[in-house]
Design a binder for this molecule. Sequence first.
Ligand code: ATP
Ligand code: ATP
Ligand code: MG
Ligand code: MG
Length: 249
Amino acid sequence: MANSKYEYVKREFEFHRHLPASNWIVVRIDGCHFHRFSELHAFEKPNDDRALRLMNACATSMLEKFPDIVIAYGVSDEYSFVFQEKTELYQRDERLIISSCSSCFTSFYMMKWKEYFPSKELVQPPHFQVEVSCYPEPRIVCDYLSRRQSECHNRNQYTTCFWMLVKSGEGENKAKEILKDTLPKDKNELLFQRFQMNYNNEPAMFRKGSCAYRQKVEASEDERWDVAVAHVDMGPHFWAKHSYVFDRR
Ligand code: ATP
Ligand code: ATP
Ligand code: MG
Ligand code: MG
């Protein structure tokens, strides 16, 4: 074969890592430098709801494109996608799973931008980095999702306080100083005392993040699975209703 003298390049230098069998694969994407990106596109602070809905729309498209995604959870510029344990997507080749998820998500984001920001030009191409983890049991996947959600809660409570202080005239450094070492209940108290704001009345999408999953729709004759997006606690009550997400296929 004419090429045989070059074949060693593939044989000796190409490296494939296949993710372990019988593990749930979690692909987490996160916008690169979105602090800057959000300023450049004048996102409302602390939460621009158009930007969050755009992320949710991209996640919905991901579930539609990859049937092996069983559930997804997103907050801010990040989204985690859980692939079912038996997925054979790209023969579980880590490189292909990562590159394909990140480029698909980025393409959806750009394609849908106009729908969510009709009067705002996309002036910088967004890009997303990806991390992959594998979990051998649904219980650990649930704990992973709860960890992301509790981080969403902590961060959102902080940024809500931060921006209320800044918008009321405090400098950014002063606002950080006021919030340093405060507990969650102190932050709720601060919002209430200074701004007559009840944190629990803030939109659920901001406080709890967004969860995308498949839901059975009973249409007249045949049944269909649609992607639903909900802003709910991913605790025992949620899992009691949605345990089918982890059913073995
Ligand atoms: P990195 O590249 O390391 O991820 P980053 O700038 O993207 O850096 P993150 O920790 O991922 O930092 O945080 C994302 C930032 O993007 C938030 O801190 C916030 O400033 C901004 N952001 C993302 N989504 C929104 C939104 N819906 N509304 C307002 N700001 C947002
Ligand atoms: P995969 O997802 O496995 O990569 P693929 O359809 O992209 O599948 P490739 O082997 O990568 O298949 O080949 C790319 C195909 O895209 C070509 O076979 C050709 O049909 C088409 N294509 C790519 N670039 C061009 C081009 N510049 N002009 C015409 N056709 C093109
Ligand atoms: Mg980021
Ligand atoms: Mg982030």
